[in-house]
Design a protein around this ligand. Sequence first.
Ligand code: FAD
Length: 396
Amino acid sequence: MYLNYTAEQDRFREEARSFLKTKLPEDIRDRSLNGEERVAEDIKRWQRILHAQGWGAPSWPREFGGTGWSPIERYLFDLECALAGAPPQLPFGLKMVAPVLMRFGNSAQQQYFLPRILTGEHWWCQGYSEPGAGSDLASLKTRAVLDGDHYVVTGQKTWNTLGQHADWIFCLVRTDPSAKPQRGISFLLIDMKTPGISVKPITLLDGTQEVNEIWFENVRVPVANRVGEENQGWTYAKYLLGHERANIANVGTSRRQLRRLQRIAATQVRRGAPLLKDPHFRTRLAQLDIELTAFEITTLRVIAADEKKAEPGPEASILKIKATEIMQEISELMLDAIGIQALPFSATGHSGAASLTGLQPMSSITAQYLNLRKVSIYGGSNEIQKNIIAHMILDL
Ligand SMILES: Cc1cc2nc3c(=O)[nH]c(=O)nc-3n(C[C@H](O)[C@H](O)[C@H](O)COP(=O)(O)OP(=O)(O)OC[C@H]3O[C@@H](n4cnc5c(N)ncnc54)[C@H](O)[C@@H]3O)c2cc1C
């Protein structure tokens, strides 16, 4: 296309493409390409397929069972997977808690948890946010009190993504309420089957149940499941957040959505001609294409600069903002493209929405538009990312 890669990188891409052509199951691919609601089993199945190929953990070093790929190879693999319609790998285990365990966990934790993340046996979720502790995460109140060789955990987490499927949750808990907010936090790994945990779904705008409240009532957690030092959890939490943000910038998914938008616009008719020929629409489409290409180049520049760094820097915040703005803009133009069909209208659309609206289920495009409002909030809201850029990059 417009970006030149080395011959070796082209060969790598070709290998990824032919693997995806033969190994990505058609039903999973079709659900992705049609923008249908994600099925948990698709994510698990795909993880097993990747693992069988030896590609279960593209971002991990070889010593832990990863591919040992370079950042650019990881980028190209993610790009090809997204373009082909592969489901995203679940980030909570692979890309969030695993880097923390590799850096700060002890060898027993590494040996037990990492292989199970790799095979997909353990589904992880993230227990950071609480009511009143989102942007201001350090004000979290979930309490962990030491009782012999266990902590007793009591409190509430919220906005927990896909915890209804989870085997394990990594949690920030307060172990010293008298210390300054950031100082009294610890990082615990909690088995979701432990008595005292309840998961209550929250219905999103599109009618899906992607997030939950998680309640802890006197949940006993072995001290052995604490990562690193007691009261030092904030350090590990921040390390994890850098990885979380770096992973939101998914160029491939936006590129795929833009192609879908072009296909849709070719079939929509306005004033007797395909929408794709409408000059105003074409201009908006071209603007988005240019923005996405510029973003792709910026992402590659950050990857090239990061090649020698062990962890993502504050540039992750720039990528997070731009990636999510582009995702939302594409979904807005898609909504414009389908016009009146965006209204709830057909029984073949997205499931779940009927319960909210009392009408027929809505189009998958409408559901996706509504669902993507979340991306400028999660992983730290875009306003918070701007604060990080102001402090850490612009030195304001
Ligand atoms: C769909 C979804 C999935 C999520 N998944 C998870 C998950 O799996 N695990 C988890 O732990 N959390 C998860 N979150 C929580 C997410 O990280 C928080 O919602 C986010 O950090 C914002 O916190 P808040 O919702 O409490 O909003 P608030 O912090 O109350 O913010 C409200 C508004 O004020 C703005 N604001 C707040 N402080 C400032 C400031 N200092 N400067 C400028 N503006 C500010 C914010 O940008 C926002 O617009 C998820 C959220 C969503 C929506």
